[in-house]
Design a protein around this ligand. Structure first.
Ligand code: CO
Length: 506
């Protein structure tokens, strides 16, 4: 029997899930050689929140990190998480920007693009998949797992087939919340393996304590690869640890053969990463390290839970925790049972909060209104007509059914516009800077200014040592200016910031 392939996600999901995406490149480099030589199928090193967080909090230019990690891990394929038409942001970007991002990332050594859409709308993934093929990179079509009255094994298989037909080189079942029960994973994997011929991978989290058991069931069902991590950036809200998975798989016919020296290497990596974990102390939390029963009760990602706990406290709404979480299925149903993954987890979380704070649907965030109007894509089930009407009135625009990036009156900055803007700012205007400028203009400019400053050795705040800002900086695409009695709410969910402005009802 073919051994299952182990991937390693410590340099991306590991610290995104357990340390608010704050691991610096220099903290990664000491384990790179060992990681690269270990025999993993792929290393997740970039993408997801690492690009935003690295630029925003660590003052690292994203492509510099990719170059450094590629140089330090030249043998194993690198993989990244890409939100389809959103690239690594929340908004939709025009096709030429998506294409340029993928082409440029592939040029810097990115091998596998794990492409998903928060609504599981494959139309939002097509441009990225095509761009991967063009760049001779590997396109992995990703299905976001979620449970709802409208989701079934058949529905996921349909999507798997659609992605395979679109030319994907592999399919990934992405269980961002760690909520997939082992038997569900088994059913989806076996049905996919029968329906398609390309490899099937699975990605989960150990938030609810299911991760390793889910992997076992998926392995028995024939999954080709699983995502793991290295402790202490493993388990809890992260991926199961390699050592633990090996122990669980002992004598299993698909257990990879691992030598004593490989075991020693795992320990060596863990010892270094334990030091890093201590250095990132202000971003780690006990809550993320344990099995979170609330995640099973509320069926939401662990990251949402931990951030909400903190932020409801700041709003002096701790007593409303249960109420806010009970509101999540109400919001999901109204918005067509969308999965909870960036950015929909932030949007649904925020709307649940607004419903509890101001009364149900008294305030609708612009983002939730956009989902209701089709501006994020096709929802798994129809949106509530009542909510769509409120949204239409509030946003002053009609619902759409086309691919969101082709929405009428959509204002897009294309590569040539971005280049012009950078030139006007006297900043570098190569493709690398253009694609980052498209997504994080303010952060890129700040990074550039910091770089230009003479290095006096003083005055630069130590950003890593500072505590996590409770209220995150606004994301790039802010909405209309605030009126006098408007209030800003910022929530950080899954390590990613989102801000909403609402008129306080008096
Ligand atoms: Co994940």
């Amino acid at each position: 029997m073919t051994p299952v392939t182990f991937n390693n996600n410590v340099l991306r999901d590991g610290h995104q899930s357990l340390a608010a995406t704050r691991m610096k490149t220099e903290q990664m480099l000491p384990v790179c050689e060992t990681l690269d030589n270990w025999g993993f199928g792929a290393l997740e090193t970039w993408g997801g929140a690492t690009i935003d967080s690295g630029l925003r909090f660590l003052d690292e230019f994203p492509f510099d990190r990719l170059d450094a990690l590629k140089k330090a891990c030249p043998k194993t394929p690198h993989m990244m998480l890409l939100r389809g038409q959103n690239i690594v942001q929340y908004a939709h970007f025009p096709d030429d920007v998506v294409e340029a991002f993928i082409k440029t990332s592939a040029k810097h050594g990115m091998n596998i693009f794990r492409i998903f859409d928060a609504l599981n709308d494959a139309r939002n993934m097509k441009c990225a998949i095509d761009a991967c093929k063009k760049a001779k990179a590997t396109a992995h079509g990703t299905i976001c797992y979620t449970s709802s009255p409208v989701h079934s094994v058949e529905k996921f298989i349909e999507m798997g087939k659609e992605l395979a037909e679109m030319g994907c080189d592999g399919i990934v079942i992405k269980d961002m919340a760690g909520l997939i029960p082992p038997m569900d994973a088994s059913a989806i994997v076996s049905a996919l393996k029968k329906a398609i011929t390309i490899p099937v991978w699975i990605h989960t989290h150990d938030t609810a304590g299911l991760g390793a058991s889910t992997y076992m069931a998926a392995i028995d069902a024939g999954v080709d690869a699983i995502d793991l991590s290295v402790s202490p950036f493993a388990n809890g809200t992260g991926q199961p640890d390699v050592v633990r998975m090996l122990a669980l798989m002992k004598d299993h016919p698909r257990c990879p053969k691992v030598s004593d020296s490989q075991m020693a290497d795992l320990k060596e990596m863990r010892l270094h990463l334990e030091k890093v974990y201590k250095e990132l102390d202000s971003f780690t939390s006990h809550q993320n390290e344990i099995v979170d029963s609330d995640t099973l009760e509320y069926q939401v990602p662990g990251g949402m839970l931990s951030n909400f706990r903190t932020q409801l406290k700041e709003q002096k709404m701790e007593d409303k925790f249960d109420e806010v979480f009970r509101e999540i299925p109400v919001v999901r149903e109204a918005l067509g049972w969308i999965p909870l993954v960036t950015p929909t987890s932030q949007i649904v979380g925020m709307q649940a909060f607004l419903n509890v704070k101001f009364g149900r649907w008294k305030q609708i965030s612009p983002q939730a209104a956009d989902i209701a109007l089709g501006y994020y894509g096709r929802t798994p089930a129809p949106v509530s007509e009542e909510i769509q009407k409120i949204a239409e009135k509030q946003m002053g625009k009609a619902p759409i059914t086309c691919r969101p990036v082709e929405a009428p009156n959509a204002e897009h900055k294309h590569m040539e516009d971005l280049r012009k803007e950078l030139k006007a700012k006297k900043m570098p205007s190569d493709d690398e800077h253009c694609v980052i400028h498209a997504m994080f203009p303010a952060q890129l400019e700040q990074h550039y200014k910091n770089k230009e400053k003479p290095k006096a050795g003083v005055g630069m705040p130590d950003k890593v040592a500072a505590p996590a800002p409770a209220k995150a900086a606004p994301v790039a695409q802010t909405s209309a200016p605030l009126s006098e009695n408007a209030r800003r709410y910022a929530l950080t969910i899954n390590g990613e910031a989102m801000e909403v402005q609402v008129e306080e009802l008096s």
